[in-house]
Design a protein around this ligand. Structure first.
Ligand SMILES: N[C@@H](CCC[C@H](N)C(=O)O)C(=O)O
Length: 289
């Protein structure tokens, strides 16, 4: 490991990330190292970490290298691995553009959830083709204290439970993961979204993310919410043949989600780089002691 490690800090609707460019996959980013970097008091602080690696250089990216030059090795803030991060992939693309690796326009990014197509627009927004939602059968219940709600199980490459509530305050302080039952529906843990209506095809959410706690936004969560809301409303683009667009307010901004008749979901929102710097290798070594 070199004595200093370059990093950037970025966010998408305030879902924030430490970005670590490492094209040749030379760094040993253990779960403990990721958790130390994402620590908001003793580290840089973030909901998650975007390890930027050439697909060819990463064992989980290699099979996608013909389609996508870059692999998003996404880690949650507690060091755990996740399949996908919708805000992360947009910030990842913004980093690649800023670093001169790609131009505005379309690019493909390899993720554990498959290859995603990203469009970097001139106006600053970034759109990602998230693929299709899976809606596993079976009843799921989300609880907070004395209250509980039926929830929709939605898989966006990663697992979500979407509960419609009367008031977002009913989600409580979200300092701990809200219990979801049956636990067997989510053997690898779950991201939980609480949703209220704001208007026609317009909702707002709060989210408790697996591996990160309550965050200001979750892109895969916003897509899960858009699909769950559409089905609740009797809207299914594969039946009507018409795309359905939902506006999803998150605590950190707004995301616009469109589901097409072929089931493909696109998400648009801002992606911002706010700082860059160097990590002291000595600090990291001490943090891991
Ligand atoms: N914030 C992300 C989701 C990150 C992964 C999630 N915590 C999980 O463990 O599945 C997003 O924008 O999608």
């Amino acid at each position: 490991m070199s004595t200093r490690i370059a990093f950037l800090k970025g966010h998408g609707t305030e879902n924030d990330f430490v970005i670590v460019p490492d094209p040749e996959n030379a760094l040993d980013l253990s779960p403990a190292a990721v958790a130390a970097l994402c620590d908001r008091r003793a580290g840089i602080g973030a909901d998650g970490l975007l390890h930027v690696v050439r697909s060819e250089a990463h064992p989980e990216g290699r099979a996608m290298a013909d389609e996508a030059e870059w692999f998003m090795d996404y880690r949650n803030g507690d060091g755990s691995i996740a399949e996908m991060c919708g805000n992360g992939v947009r910030v990842f693309a913004r980093y690649l553009q800023r670093a001169g690796h790609v131009a505005e326009g379309d690019l493909a990014v390899a993720t554990r959830g498959g290859v995603k197509t990203v469009h970097i627009a001139k106006d600053g927004d970034v759109t990602v083709g998230m693929g299709k939602a899976l809606l596993p059968e079976g009843d799921v219940t989300v609880s907070v204290g004395e209250r509980s709600w039926p929830a929709r199980n939605v898989n966006m490459g990663n697992p979500h439970a979407v509960a419609f509530v009367d008031d977002l305050a009913h989600a409580g302080d979200l300092l701990a993961p809200p219990p979801v039952s049956p636990a067997s529906a989510y053997p690898d843990g779950v991201n939980v979204e609480f949703v209220v209506d704001r208007g026609p095809r317009h909702v707002a959410l709060r989210v408790h993310e697996r591996g990160a706690g309550e965050t200001r936004s979750c892109g895969t969560g916003a897509c899960a919410v858009a699909v769950a809301t559409a089905r609740r409303d009797g809207v299914d683009p594969s039946v009507t043949g018409t795309p359905a667009t939902y506006t999803v307010d998150v605590p950190g901004g707004t995301l616009v989600i469109t589901e097409r008749p072929d089931g493909g979901i696109e998400m648009t929102g801002p992606a911002v780089i706010v700082a860059e710097g160097e990590i002291e290798a000595e600090w990291l070594e001490n943090a891991l002691r």
